[in-house]
Design a protein around this ligand. Structure first.
Ligand code: NFS
Length: 582
């Protein structure tokens, strides 16, 4: 049992050293947020380092979006006059400095958040220094006999949450620069995206650096020739979890499943190679793979599995690693056993690929000089009652997918625009909510907006009522969009009729994102109770006091129907305060 349950079960109020329940709970929460933030910052560091080495001509990657790079440089107030490579070096070095070196304030935090948010955070001492220095302090503070003040511990968690947001933005922005800005794309989801006639390669994890190469190389003539020589008709790359979301967004690669389904994908007996980079990789994949011919291949030093084949990814030699992986997969095809199972029926259709840029692109067709205006007008009129981001994992602590789907359907019925990322987006996709046809579940006013935008985008059909904004790190996109809306309206983020919901959260990363969102002024629903209930003081800090300080708070509600009502009430209150019809 987690220590706090043990404490409350035994009716103890203090540890042997005298640490109060409040101290213990706050300390554990800080450690949890710290681990989540470390994961996102480590991802950001991999991407920033790849951008830097690419600009220095040390990798085979290309800068696909020089224009976006220039806008990032402008945002960071960097000198970009010397051209693309120099701007990339400047931007990547700024990120690396934010992540690794000691400094007073992360530039990706101070440059990307609205001015009013920055001021609030500054006043509360919640602007992070570098990630490295924050984590050093976190490790120190939480060591035995050091920080015992629960308020200071929770404020530090808020600062780490803000650093987490900045790390998400680094990853999301630089991945666009290297691999392209997502645009609407059609694809499919379901275990049956696996193909019995092809060499199936599942790409799993989070950092799309190697998976981009795997997707590219899956069309390689030589590899296809050897796949055919083994009796396969081709190479089928499918995605799992957030790496899956990344390659879905940019290349339409179909999704096999989300975090809770990784073992099931292997249990089809149809997977030649299960390639994992970092994060959300359950060690049990090895036990399941042992029953089949599936090769588990790990690729990054942070996430090795004891019995897996390890093919190390290095930015400078990404093509070599990708080729070795696909050769291994092809060679494994003939070892496939007879014990296979593919669910009957067709995978579900979906549309993904929403980004701030594509949204603005469509909106600018309605109002070229002021693209945000049509969005704001529709929010003001109530055609869009508000917007809610569904984020995070799917969880075995609730009926998986059901919480996300119930909340999405309930909210869209009330004309709330639903944006989704990560495994939450995949849950909605499995329920068919990422299709134009699903706009039938939306309220009439939202349906009208989706229809108009679909026509404007040239789709000839309404936009789906759930907009797939990408992987978990792409929550950074949503932060940027919310910030732009707030700045345009001249109000703080906390006053917008928006909220977030992590209805099935389970990872430390989700805790870090949620904490960061609250610190930026967004109210966040949690559908799984976090391990804080032993401390009334911490509960009050997270669910009440945080609203007075930061403008955002946590709402904890396990029942998705009740949670939807709470989210709607929150939006109503915000609309009322803005003087909009409720
Ligand atoms: Ni994010 Fe959850 Fe993992 Fe992605 Fe899925 S489990 S917190 S959504 S894959 S990170």
């Amino acid at each position: 049992l987690p220590m706090i349950y043990r404490l409350s079960a035994a009716k103890l109020t203090k540890g042997t050293c005298g640490a109060s329940v409040d101290t213990i709970v706050a300390r554990n929460l800080l450690m949890m947020v710290g681990r989540g933030m470390a994961a996102h910052a480590s991802h950001a560091l991999h991407v920033a380092s790849t951008l830097l080495k690419t600009a220095q001509n040390k990798t085979s990657y290309k800068i696909k979006e020089p224009e976006k790079l220039m806008s990032i440089a402008a945002k960071l107030n960097l000198d970009a006059s010397q051209g693309t490579e120099s701007a990339a070096i400047e931007a990547a070095s700024t990120a690396i400095s934010d992540l690794v070196y000691d400094k007073s304030a992360m530039k990706f935090a101070t440059s990307y958040f609205p001015v009013s948010t920055g001021k609030t955070l500054q006043g509360l001492g919640a602007i992070p220094g570098s990630v490295g220095s924050e984590l050093l302090a976190e490790g120190h503070e939480t060591s035995m006999g050091t920080m015992a003040d629960p308020v200071s511990l929770i404020l530090h968690a808020a600062r780490l949450g803000v650093a987490d947001m900045a790390s998400l933005i680094i990853s999301s922005e630089f991945q666009d620069v290297l691999f392209g800005i997502p645009a609407p794309v059609q694809s499919k989801i379901g275990l049956n995206v696996l193909d019995v006639n092809k060499v199936n390669v599942v790409i799993h994890g989070h950092v799309p650096l190697l998976s981009e190469k795997l997707v590219e190389l899956s069309e390689d003539e030589e590899l296809l020739k050897s796949a055919k020589a083994s009796g396969a008709s081709g190479i089928n790359i499918v995605g799992c979890c957030c790496t899956g979301n990344e390659v879905l967004m940019r290349h339409g690669v179909p999704l096999a499943g989300s975090n809770l389904q990784q073992e099931l994908v292997i249990a089809t007996g149809l997977v030649e190679a299960f390639v994992a980079d970092i994060q959300c990789i359950y060690p049990n994949v090895e036990n399941v793979a042992a029953k089949f011919h599936t090769k588990i291949i790990t690729t990054m030093k942070e996430a090795r599995l004891p019995g897996a084949l390890h093919i190390q990814f290095e930015e400078e030699h990404a093509d070599k690693a990708a080729r070795e992986i696909l050769e291994t997969a092809v060679a494994n095809f003939q070892k496939r056993g007879k014990n296979t199972y593919l669910p009957k029926g067709e995978p579900k259709n979906l549309i993904a690929g929403f980004s701030v840029e594509t949204c603005l692109g469509v909106l600018s067709k309605i109002n070229p000089s002021d693209p945000l205006k049509p969005l704001i007008d529709n929010i003001a009129s109530g055609n869009i009652y508000g917007a809610v981001l569904l984020a995070g994992c799917t969880s075995s602590k609730v009926t998986a997918d059901a919480s996300h789907v119930t909340i999405a359907k309930t909210l869209m019925k009330q004309n709330v625009l639903v944006i989704a990322t990560g495994c939450a987006a995949q849950a909605c996709a499995r329920a068919g909510l990422l299709t134009p046809e699903a706009s039938q579940y939306a309220g009439d006013r939202l349906k009208g907006v989706l229809g108009l935008l679909g026509e404007t985008a040239g789709l000839g059909k309404p936009l789906p009522p759930v907009w797939h904004f990408g992987s978990c790190v792409d929550n950074g996109r949503v932060v940027i969009l919310a910030g732009s809306l707030a700045e345009k309206l001249g109000v703080p983020v906390k006053d917008l009729p928006i909220a977030a919901s992590a209805a099935e959260w389970m990872t430390e990363k989700a805790a870090a994102i949620g904490t960061g969102a609250v610190a930026l002024g967004v109210t966040v629903h949690l559908g799984v109770t976090p391990p804080v209930i032993g401390s009334p003081a911490v509960v009050s800090l997270l669910t009440q006091k945080s609203e007075e300080l930061f403008g955002g708070k946590f709402i904890v509600e396990v029942d998705p129907v009740k949670a939807s009502q709470l989210l709607l009430e929150h939006i109503k209150e915000k609309r009322g305060k803005l003087g909009l019809a409720t």
